[in-house]
Design a protein around this ligand. Structure first.
Ligand SMILES: C[C@@H]1N[C@@H](C(=O)NCc2ccccc2)[C@H](O)[C@@H]1O
Length: 448
């Protein structure tokens, strides 16, 4: 291994209470809200096809025009209690809010910048009321913070000379001050979700990112921060130059999921997902495919089955309301979660051989394993192969708690014959198992 001063400082996952809690929540809501919701992907009658929150980088959008938008930001219909109620009904257990995206506009009245909500017609802090409302609804809040800051005069993508280095130093002080300010203003937050850390100026100062992470942990013990904040002293990001994960969980799964358990290397991880192909901020015209409730549920269940968290993104409008598609999606997901959430919350990798009908999820630390069926076989019979030294002592449908009698088909294999092959939404079956010798006979018959 390479000697590193600013690589990973921990082998294996965190086991402290704050991380155990984060891991148990499994389902989060991302909220991207800011000035970009005003143009909403359109400018002077033309449509920007990129992600709405990146419109400032579009050649048809003059920087000066974008940078004046704060004069119009006045979310008169902002209702944080309603936002929190919608998230609670959806079944989200944590929420990540953009405090400041790449454009540098702060949703809180930061004393380190003039480019904040205080300068807008709204004037008032938006983060405080949101955090209070979500915490009251029993939902943890994490703060998204972009290191890239297109508005700050000292931001440099790369440091080419002494003047750049001096600016870079000033900018690092600014970042540290804003993060400490956020922790001081909002002491109930549980973590930071860093973004915009791919430029050379950040990547080439692994020592600073390491010191910053330790500084924040010291200020707020237990804080949960993903791998995207970090670089090591050789410029390696997420994984240090010895291939060890930095930060508390792998944060690279943006609009994509791991395929198998091998892809996550035993690390905690989190996927963040957009409803359309690639829109985080509000875009007036969603183009292309808009994901359905069942698609989102499959991504959520697959993430949990592979020991990860899944975060679904919402992009509120400039006035503070949500578009209809997002409201309908939240409601539809919530309906399923109300009945089947036990299979998701506190879920972990089950260690069963994957089958085509769907996913296994083990309730953390127990012998209870959920089967979440997405692909009903024409036979209506679900094959189950038990891991070694595992015996099956009970099978039941989650809906209605109906007991099922599996058919033993040899060695450690069973068929679960479903009474009804029709399914409009993912079906959950609960397996009760015990550690056993996996004797070569149908031990469920004995358990009957
Ligand atoms: C969470 C999302 N991250 C921002 C983004 O630009 N992602 C694109 C990207 C993803 C990975 C490496 C570089 C750039 C998007 O604007 C969202 O904030």
């Amino acid at each position: 291994t390479i000697a590193l001063k600013h690589g990973a400082h921990r082998m294996g996952n965190r086991t402290d209470a704050d991380m155990v809690r984060w891991r148990s929540l499994r389902f989060g809501q991302f909220i991207h809200w800011g000035l970009y919701a005003i143009p909403a992907g359109e400018w002077n009658g033309k449509t920007y096809n990129g992600a709405a929150e990146w419109i400032r980088s579009w050649k048809e959008m003059p920087h000066k025009a974008y940078d004046q938008l704060y004069r119009q930001f006045n979310p008169v219909n902002f209702n944080p209690q309603q936002w929190a109620a919608q998230a609670k009904a959806m079944g989200a257990k944590y929420m990540i809010i953009t405090t400041k995206h790449h454009d540098g506009f702060c949703l809180w009245p930061s004393k380190y910048s003039k480019y904040t909500i205080a300068a807008s017609p709204w004037k008032k802090d938006l983060l405080g009321p949101m955090i209070d409302a979500y915490n009251k609804a029993g939902i943890d809040v994490h703060l998204y913070f972009s290191i890239i800051d297109w508005n700050h005069p000292d931001y440099r993508a790369s440091l080419k000379n002494a003047a750049d280095s001096a600016a870079g130093k000033r900018f690092q002080v600014f970042v540290k001050n804003q993060l400490a300010e956020l922790l001081q203003r909002y002491p109930t937050i549980k973590g930071f979700w860093f973004d915009g850390t791919w430029d050379d100026s950040w990547k080439n100062d692994g020592a600073f990112s390491d010191e910053l992470e330790q500084y924040l942990q010291a200020l707020h013990p237990g804080l949960v921060m993903g791998s995207r904040l970090r670089a090591d002293e050789k410029g390696a990001r997420h994984f240090d130059s010895n291939g060890r994960l930095m930060g508390d969980y792998e944060q690279g799964w943006e609009r994509k999921l791991p395929a198998t358990i091998a892809d996550v290397h035993g690390n905690d991880w989190e996927a963040v997902m957009t409803v359309p192909e690639n829109q985080w901020g509000y875009h007036a015209k969603w183009m292309g495919h808009v994901k359905t409730v069942n698609e989102i549920l499959e991504m959520l269940v697959k993430s949990v089955s592979l020991n990860g968290n899944f975060v679904l993104n919402f992009g509120p409008k400039a006035d503070g309301t949500y578009r209809a598609e997002e409201q309908q999606l939240a409601a539809g997901i919530g309906e399923w979660m109300k009945v089947n959430g036990a299979a998701v919350y506190d879920g972990t990798y089950a260690g069963f051989e994957k089958q085509d009908w769907g996913y296994y999820i083990r309730k953390s630390g127990t012998d209870s394993v959920y089967m979440v069926v997405f692909n009903m076989p024409v036979s209506g019979s679900l094959r189950v192969k038990l891991p070694a030294r595992t015996e099956l002592t009970g099978v039941s449908m989650m809906q209605g708690n109906v007991a099922l009698a599996p058919e033993w088909i040899g060695r450690n294999e069973y068929f679960i014959h479903l009474p009804n092959k029709q399914q409009e939404s993912p079906m959950v079956i609960l397996l009760k198992t015990v550690k056993g010798e996996n004797k070569d006979k149908g031990n469920v018959e004995k358990a009957r």
